[in-house]
Ligand binder design. Structure first.
Ligand SMILES: [Zn+2]
Length: 333
């Protein structure tokens, strides 16, 4: 049976979580030595942990028939939505308690609704003993699609560099621009070790990659395509099928790069972006401008390090002290 569906009960009003498992079909596995062909890497693909980010849900739906016909080895467990109530309400957080599900892992069976949901998802996916976790997200309109690697902050030096290197190699196989996450101090301050990918890396010691593509709230066909190719590329990297990801047209391949806060406005007014995502800029280059309603230029906001805009801010009005974009800066090696 190449496709099987199971359900995870979490007490949400939207019903259960769905998990679809794809294993190689018998005809395809012929010559690959059934049943040994079913052995091989186990990969978990999760989507829509943020309820307003549906690119990954669309990608999972597209991946199911592709994997059914193309998977050669191993097993892929796909979770089309980890936050179905958020998807239905078009909100990022868990509607019942307005918490960010992606800061709750591994969750708590006796905690808040978001903690219980995190616990239910975590218990199910960790029991599947994955070799890689791929978590699918969306970012802002106009953002560069990218593959993000977490910080294994809880591990000692050699274990840390090993698991980060394995994650990095998988991320590179996505064909997307590869980003490291915020530096350790902010990574911990933002509780990113309790995101799904961060907890996979730090608690389960499972390599993890987060894919960010497309805008929130709408199913952007191009972003779904980009995400599907990225996942197929990573599975190919693990020897599970043969569909290497071509480099994305906007891929920035030198690096390493890391995600950072963009420069902050020091005035309040209309925010007009001046730099497109993925265009390389020197320190001091204008990233955005702030104008008043009379059209007067109040401020040019300039890059404080060489790099590029990863994602424009999802706002057209900015308040003094607020960052005007997500920035990509060089990762010290
Ligand atoms: Zn997200």
């Amino acid at each position: 049976m190449p496709r099987s569906v199971s359900r995870v009960s979490y007490g949400g009003r939207g019903g259960d979580l769905h998990v679809v498992t794809i294993t190689p079909n018998a005809a395809h596995a012929k010559g690959h030595g059934t049943p040994a062909a079913e052995r091989g890497p186990v990969v978990v693909v999760t989507a829509n942990v943020h309820g307003d980010e549906c690119t990954g849900t669309g990608a999972v739906i597209r991946l199911l028939p592709l994997l059914e016909s193309e998977l050669l080895r191993g097993a892929v467990h796909l979770y089309p939505s980890l936050n179905p109530d958020g998807l239905e309400r078009r909100v990022r957080r868990v509607p019942e308690d307005d918490q960010d599900l992606n800061r709750q892992f591994p969750g708590d069976p006796t905690g808040t609704p978001a903690e219980r949901l995190a616990h239910a998802a975590w218990t199910d996916l960790s029991a599947r003993q994955p070799h890689l976790l791929i978590d699918l997200h969306a970012d802002a309109p106009g953002a560069l699609p990218y593959a993000l690697v977490d910080r294994a902050v809880s591990l000692k030096s050699e274990a840390r560099s090993n698991i980060e290197a394995v994650s990095l190699a998988a991320a590179t196989a996505s064909g997307l621009t590869v980003m490291h996450d915020y530096p350790d101090d902010r990574y911990l301050r933002f509780r990113l070790d309790r995101s799904l990918s961060g907890a996979a890396l730090n608690r389960l010691r499972v390599p993890a990659v987060t894919v960010e593509a497309g805008p929130r709230l709408v199913l952007d066909t191009e972003a779904v395509d980009v995400t599907v190719r990225a996942v197929l590329g990573m599975l190919t990297h693990l020897g599970m099928l043969d569909a290497p990801a071509p480099p994305h047209a906007q891929r920035i391949s030198d690096g390493p790069w890391r995600r950072d806060n963009g420069p902050r406005a020091s005035t309040t007014g209309l925010l007009l972006p001046r730099a497109r995502a993925g265009v390389r800029l020197e320190r001091g280059a204008v990233v955005a401008e702030v104008r008043g309603f009379s059209g007067a230029l109040l401020e040019e906001v300039r890059a404080d390090s060489p790099g590029f805009v990863l994602a424009p801010a999802e706002r057209s009005h900015v308040v003094a002290g607020v960052s005007v974009c997500t920035w990509a800066t060089a990762e010290p090696s």
